[in-house]
Design a binder for this molecule. Structure first.
Ligand code: MN
Length: 200
């Protein structure tokens, strides 16, 4: 079993692919991805609304659930709770997970694009190391989110928590509030309600 398959054990254990329309992870590719690693943000109306922030690292999507969603304001620190690795093809997923299934509710593909490593010495600071060290800095080229973002782990062991913060650069904007002004899907243009009411 290769490394990225092993990482997806938890993802597979939590889901019944006869019941959920979510990808089973066997494709392992994205149509829109080019040569750069990808990121996606999925708005997920499950038991509580949150935004799943995912970045491609070593063949899987490393994932965090961000209750308030990403901000473009560097003074806003958004709690980001690590969740299980997702298959790369999850970056295309939008639709309805049946009630009663894990993560039951509506998923909207809120943003997508590529990212690059912002460390001064990226060769000796690959993303796997940044995750281990609890300090990630990346530049996003999304349709809604652009510029530098940091994901920083604070606290120890069971008190550890991650924060997602916009870095102070030319793309920072305290007045923009894309989670409320640009709520619709970048894949289909649909609203959460339109996806929920569809047969997807
Ligand atoms: Mn979620």
């Amino acid at each position: 079993m290769d490394e990225s398959k092993r990482k997806l054990n938890e993802y597979e254990m939590k889901r019944d692919f006869n019941k959920t329309p979510e990808p089973d992870g066997k494709e392992a590719s994205l149509e829109w991805a080019r040569d750069r690693p990808v990121f996606v943000v999925q708005k997920h109306a499950a038991s509580t609304l949150h935004y799943d922030f995912r970045i491609e690292v070593d063949g899987v999507l490393k994932s965090w659930a961000v209750p308030k969603g990403p901000s473009t304001d560097p003074s806003e620190k958004r709690l980001a709770v690590p969740t299980e690795d997702h298959p790369l093809e999850y970056g295309d997923f939008e639709g309805n997970i049946p009630e009663g299934e894990y993560g039951g509710g509506t998923v909207l593909l809120w943003d997508r694009g590529s990212y690059r490593n912002l460390k001064e010495d990226p060769e000796s600071n690959p993303l796997t190391k940044q995750i281990e060290d609890g300090h990630i800095t990346i530049w996003l080229e999304g349709e809604k989110l652009k510029g530098g973002y940091a994901l920083v782990r604070t606290g120890k062991a069971e008190n550890a928590r991650w924060l997602l913060v916009k870095m102070n650069d030319r793309e920072a904007d305290a007045r923009r509030n894309p989670t409320s002004t640009e709520p619709n899907s970048v894949k289909t243009g649909r609203s959460l309600e339109e996806i929920r009411d569809s047969k997807d």
